[in-house]
Design a protein around this ligand. Sequence first.
Ligand code: FAD
Length: 405
Amino acid sequence: MNKPKIVILGAGYGGIITATRLQKTLSANEAEITLVNKNSYHYQTTWLHENAAGTLHHDRTRLDIKDVINPSKINFIQDTVTEIKPEDKKVVLTHGELNYDYLVIGLGFESETFGIKGLKEHAFSIASINAARQIREHIDYSFSKYHNTPAEKRDELLTIIVGGAGFTGIEFVGELANRVPELCKEYDIDRDLVRIVCVEAAPMVLPGFDPELVDYAVSQLEKKGVEFKIGTAIKECTEEGIIVAKGEETEEIKSATVVWAAGVRGNALVEQAGFEAMRGRVKVTKDMRVPGYDDVFIVGDSALLIDEVNNRPYPPTAQIAIQQGFNVAHNLAVLVRGKGELEEFTPDIKGTVCSLGHDDAIGVVFGKKLTGWKASFMKKVIDNRYLFVLGGPMLVLKKGKLNLL
Ligand code: FAD
């Protein structure tokens, strides 16, 4: 009898956990499993802001996929997915095609610019290892040009604008605030000349977070020199900076570096496959499948799940993507074996920690509010735990954050 073909697209949190759980559960003769990913490595998206700010080298964030998969059970293909054809049960890659009996889509997120003029063309986004590297290099280069640039053009080289005071924006400005003093020392620049401006259209920083923790975060970041422009919308991004509006008033802020961190959407390939989607995210069934397509599962940021407590979508997070990987691997094993019960997926939110640089953070963990080193310690424990789940103690030793304080 032919073995069922399982194809997993994307080796982000959701995809790689699905693959590594399946290799633990199924024997090689129960299914033919293929994992496809653009790069030969998996990366921790939740660390990319550190790579972008230059506080952590990108090699710490990525790990070889071959180090965590068993080649006798999983066939890894390094390639780019260009099309998903659910009616033909087929996936098109840059260098070939794959047929599947079961498909798992874990292609992650893309930046959502909400149609704001010029953002796509002129702003950076923290969306991948290479995007993060580009931001780091660009900031370094801007600082390096300072002393050899005419006076009237200098200020913008030292002005870094971050669009969005949500999770990603705040974590990034936290790292930047730590990195800037080092950069100033390296390039003989007075720290007072550097501006880190965080612009947020909503009336608050970190919507959804506990207000007391938000106050702590804002005050800590302001002490490190971050300027907040809250209730202020970016209207346009140009080659020279941004135009913002607060009420009737508009202002131009000149800047060589604009980083957009205010919105994500699901991978465009999901919508292009013909699935009904909202901003690239498919409202999946309770067992993580695409409605009407019993052979297609979605994990991670391209899946939309509604929190029934408040009737709003769960935010896209690594925590949820990882849990979905476990759920989908279980459900696939049930389908392949034709026995057992499919499990419905319900996120088990253990807590949320937002870092404010390597030495400070805010969070709620198991219902307890944390700030400062305690929150930062928890963040590192969470990161190390993920590595442990993925590759055991050796992976924690190799890639973990072992300096916990
Ligand atoms: P991803 O992790 O995005 O991975 C997608 C994978 O698919 C990648 O390997 C990519 O290379 C691959 N891929 C994409 N397109 C193709 C293609 N066409 N062909 C082949 N391969 C492709 N969440 C938290 O829970 N806690 C945090 O502290 C946190 N911090 C964050 C900080 C930052 C800076 C950012 C950007 C996000 C953060 N998040 C956090 C959100 C979290 O990272 C995402 O929710 C999570 O990465 C989603 O996982 P995923 O499995 O959907 O895909």
